[in-house]
Design a binder for this molecule. Structure first.
Ligand code: NDP
Ligand SMILES: N[C@@H](CC=O)C(=O)O
Ligand code: NA
Length: 442
């Protein structure tokens, strides 16, 4: 008997998923036991790049998630509503759910997973982070014996694509973003990509899995790439760095004996040393570097967006569920009432993680100043930083821009609050025209 799939959405990811479902040859034999039963869309009139019988397609998505015949609902419509309500309704009707929707999971994960636990169904989301890269399942299963210390990732394909092209060809931001949209990488509203919110959603999901607690999304510090200029990219290059939008989740207390469990959780453009493994992750590729005890460092790398890669992750989740259903059907697993869920696949956190405020963060910074070209300015900047306990690794005048001296500073590890206070004082100095940019350094 085939497992029936109710697919919500036939856009980039939905189409990629249908292409796999309709072409099972040379894939896992279980793919042949899946039946594309209904497909929900917004517009029946829209031309589709996959040929499906019109009777399969409907605009009544409610009817799909409540249909007693459907075993697995695949939600790839995106956005918050009606995605959230449809997922909850599917769960209430005993359906397992597969979703790529990091925005909905990062905001409503607590509600969704609590409902799934009560109903005894799985909600799987491999496609939601890192597109085609297997990272959710490895975190839940292959790495589950580790104490995770840090998760550092390039987890937005659109911004990595934009930064890579700005770096290599110095192209125009708007043109490159339009290319990312055309290639199906960007969200329906690309603001979420460009301003870091998409990466914030994803790091919240990864942190929850890595550190075993729920995350309040507004506590994730989030900066996007709009302020990254061609000048910063050029200076970073001269100093031996590339600029990447990094998402970081880090346990503050590295010792298991320390009682307070606090996390750093942040997304921001970062100067990454060219020798670092994340520096060479280019274009739409994503990479997630995980440090755990006892494994050490392990990096997951691959295509972070696009139809085929994301559909690969969706299909992995569908097949995981189908495999469990098959075992249950064969009678080797008996369940009474609500089925018992596989604890490594399900998600049952109850408590919230504590996030450290960004002012308390200790990190390195790069800053670029435009000042009057007069004697003593570098000294004044250095003294001000020193007064606030901000130790400098380098301070150089790089040249003149618009008749102003351009001074670039790289700090040692400093407390963010101290650095910001020093900047406030520097901004008020008569000789300082502007602080053109500040970026963190890995
Ligand atoms: N694109 C990518 O590379 C990746 C996307 N994701 C996630 O996957 C999800 C889907 O993304 P993507 O495929 O790019 O999105 P698209 O915009 O390409 O497709 C969305 C699909 O959902 C349908 N849809 C949207 N809203 C409704 C609604 N209210 N009622 C009925 N149907 C609706 C649309 O119908 P119609 O076709 O009729 O307009 C369309 O078929 C998102 O959550 C996204 O974040 C995750 C990883 C990578
Ligand atoms: N818009 C996202 C798509 C995948 O999650 C991205 O660019 O990474
Ligand atoms: Na993934």
């Amino acid at each position: 008997m085939a497992f029936k799939i109710g697919l919500l959405g036939l856009g980039t990811v939905g189409t990629g998923t249908v292409q796999i479902l309709l072409n099972p040859a040379q894939r896992h034999p279980l793919v042949q036991e899946l039946e594309l039963y209904r497909v929900g869309v917004r517009s029946l009139a829209k031309p589709r790049s996959v040929a499906l019988p019109p009777s399969l397609i409907t605009t009544d998505l409610d009817a799909i998630v409540t249909d007693p015949e459907v075993d697995i609902v695949v939600e790839v419509i995106g956005g918050l509503e009606p995605a959230r309500s449809l997922i909850l309704k599917a769960i209430a009707h005993g359906k397992h759910v597969v979703t790529a929707n990091k925005a909905a999971i990062a905001r409503y994960g607590a509600e969704i997973f609590t409902a799934a636990e009560a109903a005894g169904v799985y909600v799987l989301l491999e496609a939601a982070v890192g597109g085609g890269i297997p990272v959710i399942e490895p975190l839940k299963q292959s790495l589950c014996a580790n104490r995770i210390l840090t998760v550092t990732g390039i987890i937005n394909g659109t911004t990595n694509y934009i930064l890579t092209r700005m770096q290599t060809e110095g192209g125009d931001f708007a043109d490159i973003l339009a290319d990312a949209q055309r290639l199906g990488y960007a969200e329906a509203d690309p603001t979420a990509d460009v301003d870091g919110m998409d990466a914030a959603d994803k790091i919240a999901i990864l942190a929850s899995l890595a550190f075993g607690g729920r995350i309040k999304l507004p506590e994730v510090h989030c900066e996007g790439i709009r302020q990254v200029s061609a000048a910063d990219i050029a200076y970073a290059d001269k100093l031996g760095f590339v600029i990447k939008l990094l998402a970081v989740a880090k346990r503050e207390s590295q010792l298991p004996t320390e009682s307070t469990e606090q996390l750093q959780l942040r997304v921001h453009p970062t100067l990454v040393p060219k020798s670092h493994p994340l520096a060479s992750v280019n274009d739409v590729n994503n990479a997630i570097l995980i440090e755990g005890d006892p494994i050490g460092q392990v990096m997951f790398f691959g295509p972070g967006a696009g139809a085929g890669p994301t559909a690969s992750a969706i299909m992995a989740d569908i097949l995981n569920i189908a495999a469990i259903l098959k075992v249950q059907q064969s009678g080797t697993v008996r369940s009474h009432g609500t089925p018992v869920l596989d604890p490594l696949l399900a998600c049952s956190h109850q408590s919230y993680c504590t996030i450290v405020p960004i002012e308390a963060l200790v990190t390195r910074f790069y800053a670029r100043f435009l000042t009057r070209d007069s004697p003593g300015v570098i000294g004044k900047l250095g003294t001000c930083f020193g007064n606030h306990d901000v130790s400098l690794e380098s301070i150089v005048q790089t040249g003149l821009r618009d008749n102003l001296a351009e001074i670039v500073v790289v700090t040692h590890h400093v407390r963010e609050g101290n650095f910001r206070t020093a900047l406030d004082e520097i901004r008020a100095m008569e000789a300082v025209s502007s602080i053109a940019s500040t970026l963190r350094v890995l």
